[in-house]
Design a protein around this ligand. Sequence first.
Ligand SMILES: CCCCCCCC/C=C\CC(=O)SCCNC(=O)CCNC(=O)[C@H](O)C(C)(C)COP(=O)(O)OP(=O)(O)OC[C@H]1O[C@@H](n2cnc3c(N)ncnc32)[C@H](O)[C@@H]1OP(=O)(O)O
Length: 291
Amino acid sequence: MKMALRACLRTKPGLTALLSQLSCSGHAAARRAPALVAQRSSSSTSQKIKVDFDQSSGVAVMHMQSPPVNSLSLEFLTDVCIALEKLEMDKSCRGLVVTSSQPKVFSAGLDILDMYGKSPEHCAEFWKAVQEMWLKFYGSNMITIAAVNGSSPAGGCLLSMTCDYRIMADNPRYSIGLNETKLGIVAPFWFKDTMVNTVGHRATEMALQLGLLYSPAEALKIGLVDQLVHEDQVLTTATETMTKWLAIPGILNISYTCHFFHLWCCNLVCTICSCVCQVIAAKKIHLSQDF
Ligand SMILES: CCCCCCCC/C=C\CC(=O)SCCNC(=O)CCNC(=O)[C@H](O)C(C)(C)COP(=O)(O)OP(=O)(O)OC[C@H]1O[C@@H](n2cnc3c(N)ncnc32)[C@H](O)[C@@H]1OP(=O)(O)O
């Protein structure tokens, strides 16, 4: 799925336009212009994001450092998108590992304080930034690996699912999943679709209906994460795994892209049909209430 989006963003202008309605491309760029990373090994830091780029391997590590729990506020999301844009523009950067500098937490998901009691304008900008993060990670040309070194509920789980591979710390105190239902929120369809693409329909149905948070062992069992390692090994395993992924010639990547692109298109058509059906059903209910 990620590869499908990647292809579509690269090659299908029509769909790019469609997707850009979901995103706020330029939203991040408008605030700060991206810069190319020129040194052999470099480190760039915003207040909430630190990026270490090793040019010899072509791999960057993005450390999320927004205390206390890397909650995804508008400011944080903007910093993430800017950092990602910069790396994407540097063609020597082929792989990205995302991890957390905060103890025990990868990301607590959307910043609840940034969603509550704010102006409609702020909410719109915030929501666009969430979509932009999702699109940028899912559509990235880089191989992306989530080094999930702590709990990762809701939007944190979404972030990890937009990556090509997930390695989680094997600590039963940590959990991961889309728990929106438990918060009285319906997860948007693209949260759901991202999970379906990761763990399949039935597991997603159970997860979303019940708002399940999984232990690392349970997450591995359903395929929500790909590998468990000792807490101290998460980042090193991620960089080792990246070497294997980058050894695959890019052309094969593109070939798989075509298969997944087909699936993604089918899914999009189904989603549009389902939205139309929902509108018709809602109108029918409304009409029947009039009589
Ligand atoms: C524009 C509106 C659009 C609306 C559409 C919404 C559709 C999508 C819906 C949801 C997506 C989401 O991501 S909602 C967020 C869901 N997140 C959670 O449920 C996580 C809640 N947090 C936790 O479970 C835990 O905090 C933790 C496991 C992440 C860490 O536990 P720990 O014990 O280490 O830390 P504390 O619980 O003591 O927390 C420390 C500190 O952080 C604050 N905190 C935690 N989570 C959030 C958050 N998501 N946003 C903001 N702040 C958060 C917590 O309150 C503590 O603060 P204080 O120290 O000040 O008390």
